[in-house]
Write a protein that binds this ligand. Structure first.
Ligand SMILES: O=C(O)C(=O)CO
Length: 359
């Protein structure tokens, strides 16, 4: 929607008073809608799918950073002032400062993501604030992308396409552009949660011979579906041909994939990360890829995001980097946005949310 349409759209809403501020470009527009109807006030930190916005606007007065770029911190701190509910994204750091800026009327925080490492749980606990998130609805899309990234990396698809376009494709050569196959391989999954288990189920038909997994606790039900063995991290690293990170980012997993961990993997190992960039020590990964300590890596997540275009990882042929698109199907992103809206609405009423984090 362009600026003029946006203005019209919000001003057409009954009982809403609109104020739009254009800040040097149509991508940075703050939409404020205020009402005297006694509905709860909520702040939405980004432009979100219309279906979710409609749900919120049906029951709330919505203020929104209606742009595709993340809300600047200073605007976030202003925008949350006095709201009852906060609808945020994984790019927004929700900490004591934001919660204090919102004030004592804040009843609920809802994030349009399954990961919630951007939200300070101790600060929520302190304030007895519930947190909504979006598990399940993105499992299939993220597992699908993980498999796609694994195959892209292991079969060197990006390099291959580049060779075709650049004239590097000469003739059929027996060992040219050879990668690694999944058939008969051992796959190690760090974090056999919903997404990790869905990845394993999708990889099984490729003829993987062994699945190993590591995490805080054994997951007998998910593991049973693919015959995965719960093992210590060292065993997983030394035995796996593919190491896949699908664990949450927590203080325990922060930068766990470091020099020591890479040195314990096979030199033929391929590392895939679709969880959070923060689980990887990126300088160590670069060294491991450059030196041949491991064979290749496929990353859907990095630190920071976006990864600067001059980042050393982007100079490597054996590293495939995607722009955090694990859950990026239209259906999935819409479902995530709607679930986050439903969570927020339930939290505002003091009801149990459809998907609430156990704090
Ligand atoms: O929901 C999340 O946590 C994501 O990373 C979206 O892809």
């Amino acid at each position: 929607m362009n600026f003029a349409l946006k203005l019209q759209y919000f001003c057409n809403k009954p009982a809403l008073f609109c104020c739009l501020l254009k800040r040097g470009g149509s991508r940075e527009i703050l939409v404020r809608s205020m009402s005297t109807t006694g509905k709860p006030n909520v702040y939405v930190t980004r432009k979100i799918p219309q279906k979710a916005l409609d749900l919120l606007q049906g029951e709330c007065n919505v203020s929104q950073w209606a742009a595709d770029d993340p809300v600047p911190r200073v605007e976030l701190l202003k925008g949350v002032k006095g709201v009852d509910g906060l609808y945020c994204l994984l790019t927004d750091k929700i900490d004591a400062e934001v919660l204090d800026a919102a004030g004592p009327g804040l009843k609920v925080v809802s994030t349009m993501s399954v990961g919630y490492d951007h939200v300070s749980l101790p600060e929520l606990r302190k304030r007895k604030l519930p947190l909504g998130y979006t598990p399940d609805v993105l499992t299939d899309a993220t597992a699908e992308l993980t498999v796609a990234l694994l195959l892209t990396t292991s079969r060197r698809l990006v390099e291959g396409v580049h060779e075709v376009k650049s004239g590097g494709w000469g003739t059929w050569i027996p060992l040219w552009m050879c990668g690694s196959g999944l058939s008969g391989s051992t796959v190690g999954i760090v974090g056999l949660g919903r997404i990790g288990a869905a990845v394993a189920e999708r990889l099984k038909p490729f003829g993987v011979s062994r699945f190993l997994y590591h995490g805080r606790n054994p997951k007998p039900e998910a593991a049973g579906r693919v015959g995965a063995e719960f093992v210590g991290l060292d065993e997983l690293l030394s035995e796996s041909d593919f190491v896949i990170a699908t664990c949450a980012l927590t203080p325990e997993t922060k930068e766990m994939f470091n020099k020591t961990v890479f040195s314990r993997m096979k030199s033929s190992a391929i590392f895939i990360n679709t969880s959070r960039g923060g689980v990887v020590h990126q300088e160590d990964l670069y060294e491991a890829l450059k030196s041949g300590t491991i064979k290749a890596a496929g990353l859907d997540v990095t630190t920071p995001e976006p990864l600067p275009t001059d980042h050393p990882l982007l100079t490597l042929d054996n590293c495939v980097v995607l722009p955090h698109i694990g859950s990026a199907t239209v259906e999935t992103r819409t479902e995530m946005a709607v679930l986050a809206a439903r969570n927020l609405l339930a939290g505002l009423k003091g009801e149990k949310m459809p998907a609430q984090v156990q704090l």
